[in-house]
Design a protein around this ligand. Structure first.
Ligand code: AMP
Ligand code: MG
Length: 399
């Protein structure tokens, strides 16, 4: 049995680059960018009028006390740049228009009276240069705007669109199947018999991976040795990696470690000094396919997904690392076994901005209903029996 740190190191060694694909921008949300994106033009690309009103030459009008200016014309957004002929007159200019040549200040309609082709300035608090968004003020031409390794949100989609990136190089998504095992498990759309339960784990794991656009297929195998052997073999041939749920503990019908061994999948580890999730089995087939075999208890498989599989997946997808979060435990926890303990916690910020973790009442690793009350697991490393309120611990968030 190995420690959580050793398990992380062993999984880290199996990070695989599944490659890069080009996707249409509109279908790239939540995908992970695999190229640096640069601006093709300055942002903004020209001195942009930011208010509907008039553009003036400040020194030729306001500075001389001229407040009633003849209007020479109109500059609309989407029209070529106009030019002010006389520095003591003005041009009506709309938001988004290029600032007319010879002007340097924009006054909004709300501060004007427009009458008989003249604009009368009604306020005396105009500053030279106001209401203009200058060319290149935000980004210069060719500047890096979005780094490779960014998971694309709506913000990046907008910036990429504006720079003309209509397709993006993003991570190729590996294929995966999540397999539930167990004779007691039935599909979620049927009424279980008194001795049966619905196979909820696979949906929980599938949803967790969807955060990174990995769309896993689902499959089920009963606790039957020959069937396990043939179906798992099939999955190893057809998917980039596989996740199994259940059948890796000490039970009489927990056949998976033996099945995997018979299929030539090398065991990298079996069992981690942790609760929940102790029986976690991890290995690699001779054709390089990784197998994550999680214990069937729903909280165990959920914790192992968030603590091990998602970090591995993020590394495979070359996702930039986000800073590790810590939260201050709010209640003493006593935990005697020589295992790293992962209690479910509710997270909240104090008035002072400190992240606090309140343990959620829970009836063990079968009690997945309590996951809905929490936001994260807290990592209480083994080596002590008492974990005190006011101490800070690592957070593994699922919400
Ligand atoms: P196992 O790891 O196969 O010994 O299963 C441990 C416990 O988790 C048993 O009570 C199983 O019924 C339950 N379990 C296993 N797989 C699932 C699943 N896919 N969904 C919900 N519960 C499960
Ligand atoms: Mg089972």
């Amino acid at each position: 049995m190995i420690s959580v740190e050793e398990a992380r190191t062993l999984i880290d060694k199996e990070v695989i680059d599944y490659g890069v694909v080009e996707r249409p921008l509109a279908l790239s949300l939540s995908h992970i960018l695999r190229e640096d994106l640069h601006t093709d033009r300055a942002l903004p690309p020209y001195d942009r009028v930011t208010m509907d009103g008039i553009a003036i030459n400040y020194d030729g009008s306001m500075a001389k006390g001229l407040l009633r200016l003849p209007i020479e014309g109109v500059s609309a957004a989407g029209s070529p740049q106009t030019s002010l002929k006389s520095s003591s007159s003005c041009i009506e200019a709309m938001t988004g228009a290029m600032l007319p040549q010879g002007t340097d200040t924009v006054i909004r309609y709300e501060d004007l009276k427009i009458e008989n082709d003249h604009a009368e300035i009604m306020i005396d608090t105009i500053s030279k240069g106001q209401n203009i968004h200058y060319k290149g003020e935000d980004r210069s031409q060719g500047e890096l705007t979005i780094k490779s390794g960014t998971q694309l949100t709506e913000a990046e989609i907008g910036v990429a669109a504006s720079c003309g990136h209509h397709t993006l190089k993003v991570c190729k998504i590996p294929s995966c199947v999540i397999v539930s095992t167990g004779d007691e498990l039935v599909n979620i759309d049927i009424q279980p018999k008194p001795y049966q339960i619905r196979r909820s784990n696979v949906y929980m794991i599938q949803a967790s991976l969807q955060r990174y656009k990995v769309d896993c297929d689902l499959s089920h195998i009963n606790d039957d040795y020959p069937t396990l052997l043939s179906v798992v073999k099939d999955h190893l041939d057809n998917y980039d990696f596989i996740i199994l749920s259940g059948g890796v503990s000490m039970g009489k019908f927990d056949y998976l470690p033996k099945v995997l061994q018979e299929l030539g999948v090398t065991q990298i580890f079996h069992k981690i000094k942790q609760r929940p999730g102790k029986p976690f089995w991890f290995g690699k087939s001779c054709n390089g396919k990784l197998v994550f075999a999680l214990p069937g208890n729903p909280v165990s498989s959920f914790m192992c997904t968030h603590n091990y599989i998602l970090p591995w997946l993020k590394s495979c997808l070359r996702l930039s690392e986000s800073p590790q979060e810590y939260a201050v435990l709010q209640k003493d926890i006593s935990f005697k076994p020589d295992l790293t303990y992962y209690p479910i916690v509710k997270l909240m910020h104090s008035k002072g901005g400190v992240l606090k973790a309140v343990p959620v009442n829970n009836n063990g690793s079968g009690d997945f209903a309590s996951l809905t009350e929490g936001d994260a697991f807290l990592e209480l490393l083994r080596g002590q029996d008492e974990y005190r309120a006011n101490e800070a611990y690592r957070v593994i968030r699922y919400r």
